[in-house]
Ligand binder design. Structure first.
Ligand code: GCV
Length: 650
């Protein structure tokens, strides 16, 4: 495992002040001097005020930093009131205090000095989580940033890097993480056995100090794989007993454990269906085992099992999640959270918002995003997901609730982590913006993507105007560029099978799990109206009607919902085929522009960061050109329609 790591946005540097006096930290009796908030403040002030004399207590100090816990604040809430002589930071608990300290430090670093601040804030979402798909052997499923820093050769690792990880997460308000892959295999199944309890206890205590609850992914059939029982039937009393005693064992070593994250009956993972039970039976059985200890079950809604013949135009994988879970609304226990992917398929660059967000009115729901860029360039391409996440959170479900946006219906958000043991954690330095921004958005979803990025740039790269302008331009335009040169108008799965990098328009098309573009000589897209697969009917009006007709469906999702001739005219005024050609040329030009702009940063950013970026922008450009040529050629040959601008298409 790589032990060297970058502090990312927590690289504290001396502030531009000549302060040489005494700076005092004053904690009231309610604040433990060993707590994370105090230690972070000490770390930061020692670096930012190198000439100051840092003390505890307030005697004759010129700057005072006062920390306290206040009952009038909710648990994770904080207030900061600061000026050039110091700050008073209050939290509803140690976690709230920690968020207050981080917010204060970020504000003075962004301002470049001790400024006047007055702020009171609490996180918008109670659950703000990262899901790691790390395997016990140290590999990471869909990992693009090196190996796991949680596991090596079957063993759990807790070291300095773990502490840095916890600080990074806490600094953006993440308060939960699952450390192992939802596909629980091999040694990972044994994570909940006696051999690992001591390390789990150590890890959960470390994370808890930084306000983060540790979750583990468990094998639903563990009573069989570990307990040597003949069944894992959730309604079998002995199975329940097995889980109850497992929970007792786990919590006696790791009292801070948050609970379990479970992928069941999906892509080969075991689940309740094997026993004729439903997903509420499965989730509730585990939830009841964890309840006495305050634990939660996060149950994934990513369940599909419809194999399909390409000639069958009614079967549709997109329908599966809703059909499985909507009838179970209201059947889940209070400590179950249903984790729903942002779209009905699988983290494509563009998908409609999952209809379950509107449907589950009586169930706690968390939205699941994927920061690991499985389908969005694998961290070789820059693809900033913040504008997309914001758009999804703001999406109206029309389910009749007072606040019917996705944000109004969820109680949490989780994201598949994009980290690994790479020096800069995320393979590409720019991919760290997604990690930073995801946490910030869960805390303060009203922030504009641009403001979050601005904040991240100044904390990571300092205050160089050229760097700021360039990175903002690249990051804010990156998702559109990626969508343009890969899969426009809501088409998904045009990528190469298995590893999902690079173009292959028919790579998945005749696969048994679904059909994705239905392109032939006359038309393209999937009819998901009632005449087709019926998927659009899973939305409340007016969405179901809007999506069902090519006349009203938004251009960006047209081919996801409708099957149209290549000559169909979009709202933009272009034909579908011309849009495909134009967007691929334009997306590619954007990739060229990004690479050109990055080159101009030479000398303005750290050499290692520059070289790493240069390599990646070059690969992005190569790949964008490949996408442009493969996709344009595919559609030109199928449709027989030439580009009206006469550009070279093979
Ligand atoms: C962890 C997709 C990915 C799988 C992933 C799965 C999931 O299918 O390709 O690697 O498995 O989603 O979210 O469970």
């Amino acid at each position: 495992m790589n032990t060297a790591f970058s502090p990312l946005w927590l690289g504290y540097e001396p502030l531009d002040t000549r302060f040489t006096g005494r700076a005092a930290i004053r904690c009231t009796s309610r604040v433990d001097r060993q707590c994370a908030a105090v230690s972070e403040l000490i770390t930061a002030l020692s670096a930012m005020l190198p000439a100051a004399e840092l003390t505890f207590g307030a005697d004759s100090a010129s700057m005072i930093f006062e920390l306290d816990i206040a009952d009038f604040l909710s648990e994770e809430e904080y207030t900061v009131s600061a000026d050039e002589r110091g700050a008073s930071i209050l939290g509803g608990s140690e976690a709230g205090l920690l968020y207050g300290v981080f917010a204060y430090l970020a504000a003075i670093r962004a301002a470049g000095g001790f400024v006047r601040i007055s702020r009171r804030l609490r996180p918008a979402l109670p659950l703000r989580m990262l899901d790691h798909w790390d395997n016990a052997d140290g590999t990471i499923e869909r990992g693009y940033s090196g190996s796991s820093f949680f596991f090596e050769n079957g063993h759990l690792i807790v070291n300095e890097r773990t502490e840095m990880y916890a600080r990074l997460l806490a600094s953006v308000g993440i308060n939960a993480c699952a450390i192992n892959n939802v596909n629980v295999r091999g040694e990972a199944i044994k994570l909940i056995t006696e051999d690992n309890l001591r390390d789990l206890g150590k890890l959960s205590a470390l994370l808890k100090r930084w306000g983060i609850a540790l979750y583990i992914c468990v094998d639903f059939s563990a009573p069989m794989s570990l307990g040597k029982m003949r069944t894992a039937d959730p309604l079998d009393i002995n199975v329940s007993y097995w889980w109850q005693s497992k929970a007792r064992e786990l919590y006696s070593s790791a009292p801070a454990l948050g609970g379990f994250l479970v992928k069941a009956d999906s892509e080969g993972q075991p689940g309740p269906y094997a026993y004729g039970r439903d997903h509420a039976d499965g989730a509730n059985m585990l939830a009841r085992a964890l309840k006495p200890f305050g634990g939660k079950v996060i149950w994934r809604a990513f369940v599909y099992n419809c194999s399909q013949d390409w000639r069958d135009t009614r079967t549709d994988r997109a329908c599966a999640g809703y059909r499985t879970f909507a009838p179970l609304d209201g059947h889940f226990d209070g400590n179950v959270i249903l984790q729903v992917k942002n779209g009905p398929m699988d983290f494509q660059v563009r998908e409609p918002v999952h209809p379950l967000f509107g449907a589950m009115k009586h169930t706690a729901v968390a939205a699941e995003f994927q920061l690991a860029q499985e389908y969005t360039g694998q961290q070789l391409h820059v693809c900033c997901l913040l504008p997309m996440i914001k758009q999804i959170l703001a999406h109206r479900t029309y389910n009749g609730s007072q606040n019917d946006t996705v944000l109004g219906t969820i109680s949490g958000a989780a994201a598949v982590a994009n980290t690994g043991d790479d020096f800069c954690w995320t393979g590409s330095e720019l991919a760290a913006a997604n990690l930073y921004g995801f946490g910030r958005l869960c805390f303060e979803p009203t922030l504009a993507a641009e403001d979050i990025l601005d904040e991240w740039i100044s904390l990571t790269f300092g205050h160089n105007e050229l760097v700021r302008e360039t990175l903002l331009y690249i990051l804010l335009g990156s998702h559109k560029a990626y969508e343009d040169y890969t899969a426009p108008l809501g088409l998904g799965w045009l990528c190469k099978p298995n590893h999902h990098y690079g173009p292959d328009p028919w790579g998945y098309e005749f696969d048994r799990w679904g059909t994705y573009n239905r392109a032939d000589r006359d038309a393209v897209g999937i009819d998901r109206s009632m005449d087709g697969t019926g998927y659009a009917a899973q939305y409340y009006p007016p969405l179901c009607d809007m999506y069902s007709s090519p006349e009203t469906c938004p251009d960006e999702l047209l081919l996801f919902f409708c099957r149209v001739p290549y000559t169909h005219v979009l709202h933009s005024g272009k034909t579908v085929i011309q849009h495909i050609y134009d967007s691929h040329f334009e997306g590619c030009e954007q990739a060229e522009e990004f690479a050109r702009l990055w080159d101009k940063l030479e000398g303005s950013i750290d050499r290692r960061v520059f070289d790493n970026g240069k390599k990646r922008f070059r690969e992005q450009l190569r790949s964008a050109r490949e996408w442009r040529d493969v996709i344009n050629t595919f559609f030109r040959r199928l449709s027989g329609i030439e580009d009206e601008k006469g550009r070279k298409i093979y």
